[in-house]
Design a protein around this ligand. Structure first.
Ligand code: QUE
Length: 350
């Protein structure tokens, strides 16, 4: 049995280094990985040697595909306790990074989805490369765009965040800069040199970034920004779908086709989540809301069915229930968003 730790933690020079190390699962996060990262970050907060924290991944493929979805589904099929424990821990990590007092840098050199977004987005510097692919794909498996999606997505320009949340669209580096997911772009061939430069002299990080900054090209999303704003800024998922149906463009037709494959329950959950998240006073308030949602949806039909269809059996033919948007009632959503008993609510790290 392998004894490789799932996260490599060490200090190099003045840099606290966190390297995701679960390459067989595209570094999808486990509860244990979140705990290891929390412990390291808390230790480094008080360690004057550590000037900045660098988060990256081992091996060639991907930064982080998300969370340990199979575990979540197995837990959700039972009492859901392990799933709640995972969300509770993961969201504490997201929140710790959001308020972290030292510079944090994430290198998104590959797939950065779901849980990987929760790790990288709160970092102060978020480096994209030509290999970066960003998405919040959860509507496709009946989950929801968590890890702070309720906070970040509605704060993107022109309702692009809601479009990303509902369609699960994948975007590349130039679009990541357009919507604020990435702060900088360098070529993946320069990543090792960048890391070595950081370790050698962390004080010169910004100079280093300026020297290495490359051109990610034009953002393809800019061509659709106006219609995304006009359509995804509407007041309900039904209105968005109706507007897309009235639109006579290939793009609108593609969006409709994509939305038709997603969980109707999750579409409406995500819509309400982003509405409430837009109004949330603090990131912690948003995470408490997301924890309520997570605790409920992992035990519901659509998540178990989505994981079966997309991850386990891979027939990609989930049978959603309710099968249509009309079937997803406000009462159902009220149950999913309702407060938990006060001793079970999410709280940030003490
Ligand atoms: C939605 C998701 C995830 C997903 C697919 C979705 C997710 C996740 C993975 C994933 C992918 C490859 C792996 C792995 C997990 O896929 O969160 O272990 O090797 O982690 O449609 O939310």
């Amino acid at each position: 049995m392998s004894t490789e730790p799932e996260v490599l933690i060490r200090i190099e020079g003045a840099v606290g280094r966190i390297t995701l190390n679960r390459p067989g699962a595209l570094h999808a996060l486990t509860t244990n990985m979140c705990r290891l990262m929390i412990d390291a970050l808390q230790t480094w907060e008080d360690n004057p040697i550590v000037k900045l924290v660098l988060i990256d991944h081992s091996g060639e493929r991907g930064f982080c595909a998300g969370g340990d979805i199979r575990m979540l589904a197995e837990s959700g099929a039972g009492d859901g306790a392990a799933a709640r424990e995972f969300f509770h821990t993961e969201y504490r990590l997201n929140h710790l990074l959001f308020h972290y007092p030292k510079h944090t840098i994430a290198i998104m050199d590959g797939i950065t989805m779901g849980g990987g977004v929760g790790l990288s987005r709160p970092c102060r510097f978020r480096i994209a490369t030509e290999r970066t692919t960003f998405a919040m794909p959860e509507t496709g498996i009946g989950l929801f765009p968590d890890v702070g999606g309720g906070w970040y997505l509605p704060r993107m320009p022109d309702s692009i965040g809601l479009w990303l949340a509902l369609t699960g669209a994948r975007i590349k580096a130039a679009d990541c800069e357009l919507v604020g997911v990435a702060t900088d772009y360098i070529e993946s061939a320069a990543v090792d040199r960048f890391k070595q430069g950081l370790v050698a002299d962390p004080a010169h990080m910004e100079t280093l970034l300026t020297e290495m900054e490359a051109d990610p090209g034009r953002p393809p999303l800019a061509a659709h920004q106006d219609e995304i704003h006009r359509i995804f800024g509407l007041g309900s998922v039904e209105e968005i779908v109706a507007a897309l149906e009235r639109e006579d463009t290939d793009w609108a037709g593609e969006q409709l086709k994509v939305l038709a494959t997603k969980s109707p329950q999750t579409l409406k959950v995500a819509f309400r989540q982003l509405k409430l998240g837009a109004e949330a006073r603090t990131f912690a308030d948003n995470m408490a809301m997301e924890y309520r949602i997570g605790a409920r949806v992992v035990r519901r039909h659509d998540f178990l069915e989505g994981v079966r269809a997309v991850i386990v059996e891979k027939d990609n033919a989930p049978k959603w229930s309710p099968a249509s948007l009309e079937g997803v009632t406000e009462a159902m959503l009220d149950e999913i968003f309702a407060p938990l008993p006060s001793d079970q609510e999410w709280t940030p790290l003490p």
